[in-house]
Design a protein around this ligand. Structure first.
Ligand SMILES: Nc1ncnc2c1ncn2[C@@H]1O[C@H](COP(=O)(O)OP(=O)(O)OP(=O)(O)O)[C@@H](O)[C@H]1O
Ligand SMILES: [Mg+2]
Length: 306
């Protein structure tokens, strides 16, 4: 039984169709990514799940319950951390988290807040007013807020925006850890592709309010079959003599002393090419096979090329 079932969800803002009937399910314990260009409908989906906006059509079941019938009970078992969560600037970090703790009915609030401040390394900011925090520190407070009630379903909308690389890495570890320990189900959006690739088991690719594909990052990157083999030769090598027989892709000049081979069908072309290179006189000093990344696919989808 999926933990979250979204069926034909629709939302329109005037003439903008933010969601054109999206359908997907998320299993318990999954780390599920929503990926798509600006305006694709990711935050709209999350805000509907939070009860912040109403859908125009479709249905949602969470914890095997109809969302429309039991919104309050369901939302107690969920939480959100979003980059743009507005909290009260004149209250301190601890006071803000205290307010949310009471809303969510968290027991032993003080201990829980201390634990989370420790986990996201902002303990020394506990008594600082929110308005004085840097944006990365603010983001870490929103993450603490997201975990306050040990949610079964955690919605993370660009929750790592503005974090420095060190804290972003620690945040990913913390997310992985709670997800593993508590079997938390996570619905995740981010424009950081390597983060999405690292954390998400499955990804729904959204564009203009429609889901184009749902799959693992690995299978989504295979939407672009081409790979590039870049070979660097010893300085001074005469590359004009690198004329290869049929069946081997033609080379384009790469960086200094390098050739780039574009492989449209790597499984067929790589082996003969490497054999041919090995037989040539030229001495190879470096070799890199560049596979498409999720980012490459994303760019093609955003430009309507896939
Ligand atoms: N309150 C609103 N009023 C009018 N239009 C809205 C409103 N909220 C969202 N939209 C529109 O709905 C569409 C989807 O927006 P949404 O915020 O869901 O995109 P997103 O996928 O989260 O994008 P981003 O990557 O920029 O966060 C956009 O075209 C946006 O302009
Ligand atoms: Mg958004």
């Amino acid at each position: 039984m999926p933990l979250l079932e979204i069926h034909q969800l629709r939302k329109r803002y005037g003439s903008v169709e933010a969601l054109r009937g999206i359908t997907f399910t998320v299993e318990r314990g999954e780390f599920f990514g929503l990926l798509g260009p600006n305006g694709a409908g990711k935050s709209t989906t999350i805000n509907i799940l939070l009860g912040l906006i109403l859908a125009d059509g479709g249905s949602i079941r969470v914890f095997d319950t109809d969302f429309a019938a039991q919104p309050v009970a369901i939302r107690r078992r969920m939480n959100v951390a979003a980059a743009l969560t507005s909290m009260n600037g004149v209250l301190t970090v601890r006071e803000n988290l205290g307010v949310y703790g009471r809303i969510y009915g968290v027991k032993k609030i003080k201990t829980r807040i201390d634990e989370l401040l420790e986990r996201f390394e902002i303990r020394e900011l506990a008594d600082t007013k929110l308005q004085y925090l840097s944006s990365g520190q603010h983001t870490r407070v929103t993450l603490c807020k997201g975990f306050l009630n040990d949610p079964e379903l955690l919605l993370l909308d660009e929750c790592t925006v503005g974090l420095d690389p060190d804290i972003a890495e620690k945040t990913r570890r913390a997310l992985e850890q709670v997800q593993r320990d508590k079997k938390t189900t996570v619905l995740f959006t981010s424009h950081n592709m390597s983060e999405v690739e690292e954390l998400c088991g499955r990804i729904a690719f959204l564009s203009k309010g429609e889901i184009l594909r749902i799959d693992t990052a690995e299978r989504i990157t295979r939407l672009i079959p081409q790979q590039i083999l870049e070979v660097r030769f010893q300085p001074g090598t005469d590359l004009s003599h690198m004329v290869f027989a049929d069946g081997v892709p033609q080379a384009e000049p790469g960086a200094a002393n390098s050739l780039r081979f574009r492989l449209d069908d790597p499984e067929q072309q790589l082996d003969p090419l490497l054999r041919r290179l090995a037989r040539s006189e030229a001495r190879i000093v470096d070799l890199q096979l560049k596979r498409p990344t999720l980012e490459d696919v994303f760019i093609k989808v955003a430009r309507g090329e896939l």
